[in-house]
Design a protein around this ligand. Structure first.
Ligand SMILES: Cc1cc2nc3c(=O)[nH]c(=O)nc-3n(C[C@H](O)[C@H](O)[C@H](O)COP(=O)(O)OP(=O)(O)OC[C@H]3O[C@@H](n4cnc5c(N)ncnc54)[C@H](O)[C@@H]3O)c2cc1C
Length: 288
């Protein structure tokens, strides 16, 4: 990356959008491949003085074809292929993981231990929270470390008894941090903070990142000599023609296409009603 400052980022959900923005700010030439079409984020959110007055978004799409159900046959798969990914639908709650959350896996057994801890992430939390325009508490709690907050939220007076009861039991009650931007917001997306609209679009306008829409990445080509990904093969969903990212020479491709689906299980099936599929749901990604 030192000698060739060009990177292909796949997907413009929160992960890809943030990666693209940080790279662009570092002077790297970024091309973002997004499988969704340019206008598929369209929605409308209006918040005034901290209250959401209007919110319109397209519903999540159910995917039935090319899905093999290996468990409960009644399971359903819903997914979003659109700029911004699942931030077209998210609730915008952005609590930090606490130090203890990183120990959870270890408690399940050494083989599940996280390779990083809370201290490794604090710097990144600070940077990303700045982008997210977080509204929340500035008070620190062991289960919810305070983040970088633009708009401070305090518990309303009538919650003080609940909070002090909780404290006597060693618990905390705090307002959950949200990525709501300023109290008064008007945005052409279905949630107050859509990762594509808020992070990528301004970088595009400033000429710092370019986006190819309807570009469904299918395969990464590995160069054994350079020991890195040399090309990204994607399909143009409008013409259905296969293309290679037109980046000659070495390029790097962080794949950010992980959590594209939401799985829903019917009530009474003995399985959770809803499961956020934070893992790759497509068989086309052998590297995921
Ligand atoms: C209803 C709902 C509520 C939620 N609430 C919260 C919340 O309050 N707080 C929170 O932190 N999280 C929440 N989440 C989860 C959060 O939205 C996801 O964790 C987050 O969006 C994951 O980001 P990502 O960039 O990894 O993936 P995604 O958001 O899934 O983005 C993936 C992107 O890649 C694109 N893509 C996929 N495949 C390809 C391909 N082959 N080629 C090119 N592009 C491709 C997609 O179009 C999309 O733009 C919620 C999710 C849902 C569904």
């Amino acid at each position: 990356m030192q000698e060739d400052r060009r990177v292909v980022v796949i997907g413009s959900g929160p992960a890809g959008a943030t990666a693209a923005l940080f790279l662009a700010r570092a002077g790297v030439e970024v091309t973002l491949l997004e499988a969704g079409s340019e206008h598929s984020t369209l929605g409308l959110t209006l918040r005034v003085a901290g209250v959401t007055l209007m919110n319109f978004r397209r519903p999540l799409r159910q995917r039935n074809n090319d899905v093999t159900r290996t468990g409960d046959p009644r399971a359903e798969l819903w997914e979003e292929i659109a700029p911004g990914g699942l931030s077209n639908h998210w609730a915008c709650a952005v609590p930090r993981f606490s130090e203890d959350d990183f120990c959870d896996a270890r408690r399940a057994g050494e083989e599940y231990t996280w390779p990083i801890g809370y201290a490794d992430l604090t710097h990144w939390y600070d940077e990303v929270e700045d982008l997210l325009h977080v509204s929340g508490a500035t008070v620190e709690a062991p289960q919810l470390p305070a983040g970088r907050v633009r708009h401070e939220w305090k518990l309303p007076e009538d919650w003080s008894r609940v909070a002090s009861e909780a404290r006597s039991l060693g618990r905390s009650v705090l307002p959950l941090p949200y990525s709501y931007g300023s109290d008064t917001t008007f945005t052409f997306s279905g949630t107050p903070f859509n990762a594509f609209v808020r992070l990528v679009k301004p970088a595009m306008r400033a000429g710092r990142a370019s986006v190819r829409f309807d570009a469904h990445a299918e395969r990464l080509e590995w160069s054994p000599q350079d020991r890195r990904v040399s090309h990204v093969i994607y399909r143009d969903m409008r013409s259905l023609a296969a293309r290679s990212s037109s980046l000659p020479g070495p390029s790097t491709a962080p794949a950010c296409c992980s959590s594209r689906g939401v799985m829903s299980f019917p009530k009474g099936s003995g399985t959770p009603k809803v499961y956020w599929a934070d893992t790759c749901t497509t068989t086309r990604w052998p590297s995921c």
